[in-house]
Design a protein around this ligand. Sequence first.
Ligand SMILES: [Zn+2]
Length: 108
Amino acid sequence: MADSIDARLDAAEAEVQASLILAREDARPVAPDASLGRLTRQDAMQAQQMAVARVGRLETRLRLIEAARQRVADDEYGECVRCGGEIASARLEVRPEAPFCLRCERGG
Ligand SMILES: [Zn+2]
């Protein structure tokens, strides 16, 4: 059981790391480039800002994965951090790093 959780967290982390590499590349400031038209440059800057937001989300997810590893070590994995209830296994299959049960996450 613990092995498959580790494998799932490893897979999630690998996926996030790979996405981070791409997002960080897209998040680099747009160089002033005379060959870009005004609209194209606006598009490029908009895409860059979206990539910055994506980097932020991915970094948050990495922290959640690390926190989930700690809960595995503490034998608390699968328990909602907020209410202590059980997190549905179907939910953990999709988001192995999920810290909250669906009810708590929806409740904010
Ligand atoms: Zn909960």
